[in-house]
Design a protein around this ligand. Structure first.
Ligand code: FE2
Length: 370
């Protein structure tokens, strides 16, 4: 049997939320997405409304239940709050990818499905991930309409004033899991999807004197797909991964990193659009100057916009993290620019993110164990 799934890249990411219309508006206004498609009662879908958002290579779907009978969405949102339900891989042959994944231990979520209308057809099938998340195998090459059957043009054309953000594509998707679950999911990715473990942050690598985490990064050997997995590590106080598990009520997606080719311009626009980012102390930039990294960007510009900078293997990484975008301290975005061939995840930036979340965790009163 071939040790490939025929993965081409990320396709869409779907969120289940309380109000899709509000979430779609925020993604359009704050992150610069276009509202490209809509599905709901007006297009023949009775109990669910979905907005299809696009920006360069990004395809997001934001869905909510419009009737209590849609228990799949209402139960997800009631338990986890607003969050990522599924992310998808575009594959050459959905049936082959699904059957190969199942024969290697993938847990199916439903069966292979084909949906068609006058614009053509799509095929998709999903396997389970974490508590209530899915990885979907999809191919939409034979569909000429908007996104997939059931979608049409947006009903309301709303002109949204915003600064263009230059966001390009998904760089990586991160999961938070419970103590001792990281190795189980690492093994699941590597066995089921033929991924490989690419990086590991062990005991003491990412920690403060109060709390810590462990992390492993798995990646596809076929396409630029990277999936870090974090689990809590022992500490005097509650790890931020434990905070996530407590607030999300289980394991799930912590953040999605979106790439840009000009992070200074992207962050300037995102801030102008009202996106809130985690703060970076001024001492970070003094230390950065002392390290003497060779970077093209002006460090004072990085400081002005609060952008993190770290060397990594071949090149360097510029990153910044938003505050949680919903009501619970769970899901957030990362904006990333990889320079000079950097492939990995800088330990220094990861540590800064950890410290920054710890400060906010303390403000939320979720730092001390009950
Ligand atoms: Fe990240």
């Amino acid at each position: 049997m071939s040790n490939q799934l025929g993965i081409i890249g990320y396709d869409f990411i779907e969120f289940y939320v309380g109000s899709a219309k509000m979430w779609a508006y925020w993604h359009a206004k704050a992150l610069g997405f276009n509202i490209t498609g809509y599905s709901g009662p007006e297009t023949g879908v009775k109990d669910k409304t979905s907005y299809f958002l696009t920006l360069r290579n990004l395809n997001f779907v934001i869905s909510s239940a419009v009737k209590p009978s849609n228990v799949e969405i209402t139960s997800f949102v009631q338990k986890h709050g607003d969050g990522v339900k599924r992310w998808s891989l575009k594959v050459k042959d959905v049936k082959k990818a699904f059957e190969t994944a199942l024969s290697n231990g993938g847990v199916p979520s439903g069966t292979l499905k084909k949906y068609e209308d006058e614009n053509g057809f799509i095929e998709e099938a999903a396997i389970k991930l974490y508590d209530d998340t899915e990885i979907v195998f999809i191919n939409r090459d034979s569909y000429k309409g908007i996104f997939r059957p059931g979608f049409g043009k947006p009903i309301q054309k709303i002109e949204i004033t915003k600064e263009p953000t230059g966001l390009l594509e998904v760089d990586h998707i991160v999961g938070n899991v419970r103590t001792n679950e990281m190795d189980i999911w690492e093994n699941y990715f590597n066995k089921t999807l033929f991924f490989e473990t690419f990086l590991e942050f062990g005991a003491g690598d990412i920690s403060t004197k109060y709390s810590a985490l462990l992390s492993k990064v798995v990646r596809s050997k076929e396409a630029p797909i990277k999936n870090p997995i974090n689990e809590p590590y022992e500490g005097v106080k509650k790890s931020q991964i434990e905070e996530y598990i407590d607030e999300y009520l289980g394991s799930g997606i912590q953040h999605i990193a979106i790439s840009t080719t000009n992070i200074i311009e992207s962050i300037r626009a995102l801030r102008a659009n009202g996106v809130e980012f985690l703060s970076v102390p001024d001492t970070y930039y003094e230390a950065l100057k002392e390290k003497g990294f060779k970077v093209t960007e002006n460090i004072d510009d990085l400081k002005k916009y609060g952008i993190l900078c770290d060397t990594e293997g071949k090149g360097y990484l510029l990153q910044l993290f938003t505050k949680p975008i919903g009501d619970r301290p769970t899901f957030f975005y990362e904006i990333i620019q990889r320079r000079e061939g950097a492939e990995g995840f800088g330990q220094g930036n990861f540590q800064s993110l950890f410290e920054s979340i710890e400060r906010d965790q303390q403000l939320r009163g979720n730092f001390d164990r009950e």
